[in-house]
Ligand binder design. Sequence first.
Ligand SMILES: Nc1ncnc2c1ncn2[C@@H]1O[C@H](COP(=O)(O)OP(=O)(O)OP(=O)(O)O)[C@@H](O)[C@H]1O
Ligand SMILES: [Zn+2]
Length: 463
Amino acid sequence: MGGTPTLKLYNTLTREKIEFKPIDPDNVRMYVCGPTVYDYAHIGNARPVIVFDVLFRLLRHVYGADHVTYARNITDVDDKINARALRDYPTLPLNDAIRRVTEKTETQFLDDARALGCLDPDVQPRATDNIAQMIDIIEKLIAKGHAYQAGGEVLFDTKSMADYGQLSKRNLDEQQAGARVAVEAHKKSPGDFVLWKLSGDNEPGWESPWGRGRPGWHIECSAMSSRYLGEVFDIHGGGLDLIFPHHENEIAQSRCAHGTEVMANVWMHNGFLQVEGRKMSKSEGNFVTIYELLHTEKFAGRQWPGDVLRLAMLMTHYREPIDFSVKRLEEAEHLLSKWPVPGDATGEADPAVVAALADDLNTVAAVQAVHALAQKAATDSKLLGTFAASAALIGVVPQAVELDEGLVRDIDSRVRARLELLKAKNFAEADKIRDDLLARGVQLKDGKDPATGERVTTWDIKR
Ligand SMILES: Nc1ncnc2c1ncn2[C@@H]1O[C@H](COP(=O)(O)OP(=O)(O)OP(=O)(O)O)[C@@H](O)[C@H]1O
Ligand SMILES: [Zn+2]
């Protein structure tokens, strides 16, 4: 491994960049909140998936691939899922309908994540496979006086935890004073949140000491993280919007149930992917799904390769907002088109790339360093291995484009169309075809037929 680089990470819990020291360097443990599987993920949802994949790759590089455990859950119990199941499969029994929705969405999510160059996490637990663990934690919380039963629910008693609110720096009393919503009658305090709620006959449910019901939103992550990573682990991540209430409440549940000082040592949060200054989200209706971007022509009239979206994402620091635009994707594509295809060349990652990532995942500097290396490797094949290993650290592996018949026909016909346009002196349209092809990695070369003196164009794939 050579000298282990010092890893610095920004910790939301303390609001400062800290030197990362794993609890056990032989098993560095990271948990990231995964998707609620009821619909296609949008490219805003892709941001944490990509950001924490880069961190996963960096941790594997620094501590060894066998010394990192990355868990990302699948939320397959949620009222949004029930609603979708009833809408899409009204004639099926509810449980079957729910399974259809969750299985289909989960498979799609994994396909999307892989197409974006993300490694599969080591563990991808589903909430519904961890109900017993959730019940166990809730029982502990009740026994220790941190939870109570009321109005068909089991609630966490926020007042029972002296330092509730550390992550989001929220003060419960202020919150209460400013609360515009009347306290739901059965709650002791407005901030108390649901651990378990009873289910009606047409809602999914599991037997529990409190009757047939289902878990609240936050408890699943406390249950799955402790099951797979232990009561205290190294890194917990997710998007900025999860700080409150989700992560705050995970912390409350886990610390109170286990009697620990912290749940995770480092809390990391990515900024939002925005459209015209607003968070891309399903409720805003301003979203593009990963699937649409990769496989349809919905965004700017064409399909976009996964590595282009990935690189576009990494060209901004993970804590900054990203304004999503065609221009940004084009910039990433332009950069990628200049990177050589390293084939099976192997080597060690460039220390400059490692150092950039080790500084709180400075992917902006890392991409620049990879690009500088790409330019050198393009003319000096001895550097291809270093380039390949460095690009792999940010999860981009330039590959030769596979030439299928359809693609060849498409390119040939566009090349012919361009020649016609050139003959007609329609240079603007001709150049547009040339640029579009270049953006897709197809480089044109103009020459003259020695026999006829006519212009001929050949083409080559750059990536
Ligand atoms: N626009 C965005 N930019 C960056 N991260 C996001 C964005 N929207 C959601 N996320 C993150 O995606 C992950 C999955 O979240 P979740 O399934 O709850 O989506 P969501 O927030 O419900 O989506 P939506 O806001 O569209 O309803 C979380 O880590 C969340 O913080
Ligand atoms: Zn979570």
